[in-house]
Design a protein around this ligand. Structure first.
Ligand code: FEO
Length: 614
């Protein structure tokens, strides 16, 4: 029996979940299962985006047949050839013999490597920026090499502003009935698995992921449909922000991740004591036993935390096996930009410290602290000072605030402390004769309960301020979390003197005082008559008695912080920061102003002609 979910009126999830898989790619444990996502678009033409792993092929084929409802399948877009997304490709071609397989040249070669059917009879080869017109929808193909394989491409549906993102923005974990990230508590229950997925599967290819984010930043994206995990239609910035950090190898949190390899508990003891000393200094810590915790979780944590400590006993004159495997994994995943401290143990010839240093110094932007704590068998009282010194040295690399140090009066006023005040976001509205106007403000509060009075603060230079000065009346629309950025552009970025900010708006009404209010995107409206005006220089504070107030919805009010986190579009990737050339074949990035004539791509071995400027 089919098991599908509607994404939009004409887009259906036709993927499937697998909770029996022990090891994803044979390496990564997936205790919560994994989803293989595929999507069917039913427009004038029908389009299937990718297929699934062989383990769930039967359910997927039933899903596709059901969603097609008897229609033929016109196109299969192959965005990624890894077999967890392409195992059913041949089955689709056999069941729908007139289907066109939309792929790029690299994908076509991979299809021939993995399959034996006559793909040439079906292939429709596309390149960067090619468009497939399916009726209402226009599908734009965007190459995303090495996110995670060289043939990867993503698809942008410019009609519904949906990005079919292949492996990007995916996550481990079966979907459990939910399909949208906003149907679950993603930050609490799934972000760790999204991080573990990205860092272990795509983490090595930060530059290529960043290149894709750069391309995506030029698009208006309202929904992301990845090949694993949840579909994003709300708070898209939550996941995009993480990808920006991860792709640039920037930590998410300031704190110390301590990973130790201990045979008889003595190295563990040193790691535990260091964790306690750091906590006493106000530094966050997490501790892992590398012989117990799967490496993929520690790799993921290494991408999350700013400081890393590795503690290992010396074993066969080398690093302990599980620690050596972890460090190899981290180097392979391109970990960068971290401060690292090392603890070694050795009963007769401790060498694990220098060997760990050698491995980690291969990585870019890794600062390994000079002083290694060296233990002979067990930590003795006379060496405790070494642990304290390491804790102090680590502490010195944190900003004072992280360490809980109290600033003194001599430190003066830090203007950024003002951003710790919480603010809402509102539209302040006024009417002067036939002229309606309004502007965005972030400061409004109830002043007294009986009589009910509110205060609003508005820039003196604004047209709305002048209108309220003249008329002595205003309305306040309290914006909710559903407010789109367009409303901020309309009421915040344009002047009211020369423009009609309400032009084309069909969703506002008027209160008893005749002033407009927003019906949509606001959860409440308040009318007030000005009683007091306080001139504060650049701004005016109006205190007014409330004459009318009503609720429009129970959606939460938007805060200033929420606006920045979830609504305001992120600036385009800092393309200017990375100067260089990208290999068109595999996505390898050569950084620098000049491309050497004799360059050979270290990933795909193509020469200079395969490169183009970033
Ligand atoms: Fe789930 Fe790179 O594939």
């Amino acid at each position: 029996m089919h098991c599908t979910r509607k994404i939009t009126d004409d887009l259906t999830w036709v993927g499937a979940n697998d909770r029996r898989l022990a090891m994803f790619e044979g390496v990564y444990s997936v205790p919560n299962g994994v989803s293989y996502n595929a999507y069917l678009l039913c427009d004038d033409k029908t389009v299937l985006f990718d297929t699934v792993d062989k383990a769930v092929k039967q359910r997927f084929l039933e899903n596709v047949a059901h969603a097609l409802a008897g229609r033929p399948l016109d196109y299969l877009v192959v965005q990624h050839m890894e077999p967890d997304h392409s195992a059913a490709l041949e089955d689709i071609v056999r069941r729908y013999p007139n289907v066109k397989v939309v792929c790029n040249a690299k994908t076509l070669a991979f299809i021939k490597q993995f399959h034996d059917f006559d793909i040439d009879a079906h292939a429709q080869v596309v390149a960067e920026n090619d468009i497939l017109d399916t009726g209402r929808h226009k599908l734009h193909f965007v190459m995303a090499p090495m996110v995670h394989w060289p043939e990867v491409m993503v698809t942008y549906d410019s009609t519904d502003k949906t990005l079919f993102s292949a492996d990007a923005f995916g996550s481990f974990g079966a979907l459990n009935g939910a399909i949208f990230a906003d149907e679950v508590d993603f930050a609490r229950d799934y972000m760790d698995e999204a991080r573990r997925y990205y860092t272990n599967i795509v983490g090595k290819y930060g530059a290529q992921t960043k290149a894709l984010l750069g391309k995506a930043s030029a698009l208006t994206i309202e929904m992301i449909c990845p090949l694993h995990g949840f579909v994003w239609r709300e708070k898209i910035n939550d996941i995009v922000e993480k990808y920006i950090l991860w792709s640039e190898y920037r930590p998410e949190e300031r704190g110390v991740m301590i990973a130790y390899a201990s045979v008889y508990g003595n190295t563990e003891n040193a790691a535990e004591i260091l964790a306690c000393r750091l906590r006493e200094k106000g530094i966050k810590t997490v501790v892992f036993d590398v012989s117990v915790t799967p490496a993929s979780e520690i790799v993921s944590a290494s991408f999350r935390w700013s400081h890393l400590v590795f503690a290992s006993t010396t074993y066969n004159a080398g690093i302990f096996v599980t620690m050596e495997a972890l460090l190899n994994d981290l180097v392979a995943h391109n970990i960068q930009n971290r401060t690292v401290a090392l603890i070694e143990n050795g009963s007769w010839a401790a060498s694990s410290g220098s060997l760990m240093r050698k491995k980690l110094e291969q990585c870019k932007g890794i600062t390994v602290l000079q002083n290694v704590v060296s233990i002979k068998s067990g930590l003795k009282a006379d060496r405790l000072a070494d642990i304290d010194a390491m804790a102090e040295t680590l502490l010195s690399t944190f900003p004072a605030a992280d360490a809980g140090t109290c600033p003194t009066a001599a430190d003066g006023v830090d203007p950024s402390a003002m951003f710790k005040l919480s603010y809402g976001l509102f539209i302040l509205l006024a009417r002067d004769g036939e002229k309606d106007n309004g502007c965005i403000i972030n400061t409004a509060a109830q002043v007294t309960d009986t009589p009910c009075k509110i205060s609003v603060t508005v820039n003196k230079a604004s047209y709305t301020c002048g209108m309220i000065m003249k008329t002595g009346e205003f309305n306040l629309s309290v914006l909710s979390e559903r407010v789109p950025f367009e409303i901020f552009k309309r009421f915040g970025f344009a002047g009211g003197r020369d423009t009609d900010k309400f032009a084309g708006i069909e969703y506002d009404g008027r209160t008893a005082n005749g002033i407009r209010y927003l019906r949509q995107y606001a959860n409440g409206a308040i009318s007030a008559k000005v009683e007091q005006t306080v001139d504060c220089g650049t701004h005016v504070v109006f205190i007014g008695e409330v004459t009318q107030a009503f609720i429009l919805s129970n959606e939460p009010s938007v805060t200033y912080q929420y606006y920045f986190d979830h609504i305001k579009p992120k600036p385009p990737m800092q393309k200017e920061k990375v100067k260089g050339f990208v290999c068109k074949i595999c996505g390898y990035v050569h950084q620098g102003d000049e491309l050497p004539d004799d360059i050979i791509c270290p990933i795909c071995n193509h020469g200079a002609s395969a490169f183009e400027p970033l």
